[in-house]
Design a protein around this ligand. Structure first.
Ligand code: ADP
Ligand code: MG
Length: 574
């Protein structure tokens, strides 16, 4: 290890030289309060900024032990410290100066969710922050004095104000970890309470705007208030008892007039798979961890998925027991999305009529009269939703404003009126009695089988040009995997580009498990197990600061959307 003064000397020596001279700083330095790792220096001022870490020993950082005695707390603490680093960088880093990225000090930036991230690690021995620095230049000439200011003036202030316990707002810190711990506890209790979701009284579900994920101000938002008949009370470790609406297992409809808050509630349930920061409004809105939003996604590729529970007898005898297409329709894509999610272990499906294929959702009596079943390949979801529950134990929450036929298959009906929920289950039953639907159930007594598929390793080629592995996230919704682009636009529960980045690398990591006939589900589980044991870091041989954790459902969804994917079918699960 070199001393901090050694770094100063290097910076003074290379001042005014060509940018490549910065390579000399790639080393480890003792800054007394912390150790500085310059892991990778950028090639020029416009390239991705240089990767840097600091490790503050616990005897300096001084975090009390109780602060991360559970996994929930540890993740929330790391999230909190990342946020404080963002703030401190804004305060103490002079920012952009010179050419390209010159002058920036930047760490991964969390949003409304508390995710496990690799930006900050906390161990018994140290706190580590991983971030990037744009080593400054004018033109392509090393701006040594500015670099010296960044390393010796700005960075120490950032580290001191964001990574030392004594300089943090302890109240805010404890609130952060306690809220996360309570939300995890709430989520874990759902199953034994017979619930798939919980929305706390007083929650703010709506957002500031379509592009601003922060909550709508409390003065404008209608706060959530559970209907008496669905109100449950749950006890969590820090806050004590919380009341709210429990959505039971089974088939739940969210009905109501247009613009009365149906989709907003469903969206909150989608994101209830994650914990939220204090003040978000959805801190105690949680759903079963294995909840997946399902939608139509025309144009997607499908690889040998058995969609026969929903679609059979296609024109010209096309096989739907192992259905493949490069350009799925609305209904076939929605069917494949459901079957794939069941294959991956989804326990709750969320469906919004706004993003569904109508002919997949419903086929009414008159249409049944006109187009006989032998001319209609699709068995609508309405005829499968109860079988899903009964035979596979999979619950569904549906936003339906347009079809009362669904009253026949619902266990619970919630009506949104001016953003407030009402329990109209009894009423909808009475209506279903009074006006009997004349439609006939289609598609048989049973749901059908869910086939396992075995991905074939050779269909995952991450190479591009001379690079053997070239994988990168392009924002939230797209991964460049070798020469392929994986479109995740319809995978709606991804919330952070750092998740997308991790998923891209996880697909490549997963290929090590693609031999010996492992199914997609087994492969995804193997990757998650490694992450559980060793952290998200396991996905890369070098320290990465901008990974965020993801669920197996999203990793599987990404694999299923790789256009080169090839699988072979294996046995049957049920
Ligand atoms: P629906 O799906 O029933 O047509 P949306 O959920 O899309 O309705 O909501 C319609 C509008 O109302 C949106 O602009 C949304 O932001 C707003 N909104 C939803 N819930 C609330 C609430 N609790 N308080 C205030 N505004 C809300
Ligand atoms: Mg809607």
């Amino acid at each position: 290890m070199q001393s901090a003064e050694d770094l100063r000397k290097i910076l003074r020596r290379i001042d005014g030289r060509g940018y490549k001279a910065y390579q000399d700083t790639e080393s480890i330095y003792d800054f007394r309060e912390y150790t500085l790792f310059v892991d990778h220096v950028q090639g020029d001022p416009f390239a991705s900024p240089s990767r840097v870490r600091v490790q503050v020993p616990q005897k300096v950082a001084g975090f009390p032990k109780d602060i991360c005695h559970s996994r929930s707390r540890e993740i929330a603490l790391r999230d909190f410290l990342t946020r404080r680093f963002v703030d401190a960088s804004r305060r103490f880093c002079r920012g952009n100066r010179g050419t390209g990225n010159s002058g920036i000090i930047s760490i991964d930036r969390p949003g409304q969710e508390i995710l496990e991230r690799t930006s900050v690690l906390v161990t018994e021995l140290y706190v580590e922050a991983r971030f990037v620095m744009g080593l400054p230049a004018f033109g392509r000439t090393v701006a040594g004095k500015h670099a010296e200011a960044m390393f010796f003036d700005e960075l120490p202030q950032i580290v001191r104000s964001s990574l030392l316990y004594m300089n943090l707002d302890a109240k805010a810190l404890y609130k952060h970890i306690e809220v996360a711990e309570d939300a995890d506890s709430l989520r874990e209790q759902l199953d034994k309470l017979g619930l798939v979701a919980f929305v706390a009284d007083g929650a703010v579900l709506t957002r500031a705007s379509g592009v601003d994920p922060r909550p709508l101000s409390r003065s404008l938002a209608v706060l959530f208030e559970a209907p008496e008949s669905l109100r449950v009370q749950v006890v969590v470790p820090n806050r004590g008892s919380i009341t709210g609406m429990g959505i039971p297992k089974g088939v739940t409809l969210i009905v109501g007039g247009g613009y009365h808050g149906k989709s907003t509630l469903l969206k909150a349930l989608e994101l209830g798979a994650y914990n939220h920061i204090p003040g978000d409004g959805r801190e105690f809105t949680v759903t079963n961890l294995h909840t997946l939003k399902i939608r139509a996604e025309d144009g997607r590729r499908i690889e040998k998925v058995d969609i026969s529970p929903f679609i059979a007898n296609l024109p010209f005898g096309q096989d739907t027991g192992a259905f493949s297409t490069d350009d799925a329709s609305g209904s076939t894509s929605q069917a494949a999305n459901i079957i794939e999610s069941l294959e991956l272990g989804a326990q709750v499906l969320l469906i919004d009529e706004d993003t569904s294929a109508t002919n997949f959702m419903i086929r009414d009596h008159r249409m049944q009269e006109l187009v006989s079943k032998d001319k209609e390949p699709i068995t609508p979801f309405i005829d499968k939703v109860r079988q899903l529950q009964r035979e596979l134990g999979v619950s569904t929450i549906l936003v339906i404003g347009g079809s009362g036929d669904y009253f026949d298959v619902a266990d619970c009906v919630v009506c949104m009126v001016e953003y407030k929920p009402y329990d109209v289950t009894e009423q909808s039953r009475a209506i279903a009695e009074k006006y009997r639907a004349e439609r006939r159930p289609e598609g048989g007594e049973h749901f059908g089988t869910i086939s396992k598929r075995v991905p074939l390793a050779h269909s995952f080629d991450p190479s591009r040009g001379r690079r053997e592995v070239k994988i990168s996230a392009k924002g939230l919704q797209s991964i460049a995997f070798g020469t392929q682009t994986i479109d995740l636009g319809a995978v709606e529960q991804l919330v952070d580009a750092s998740q997308t980045r991790a998923i891209g690398d996880a697909i490549y990591y997963a290929t090590r498990y693609m031999n010996g006939g492992k199914t997609l589900r087994q492969i995804v589980d193997a990757v998650l197990q490694d992450i559980m044991a060793k952290g998200v870091d396991v996905l890369s041989p070098r320290p990465v600061g901008d990974y965020a954790a993801f669920r197996g459902l999203e990793l599987g969804a990404a694999v299923n959307r790789l256009r080169t994917l090839e699988v072979r079918k294996k046995g049957q699960i049920i």
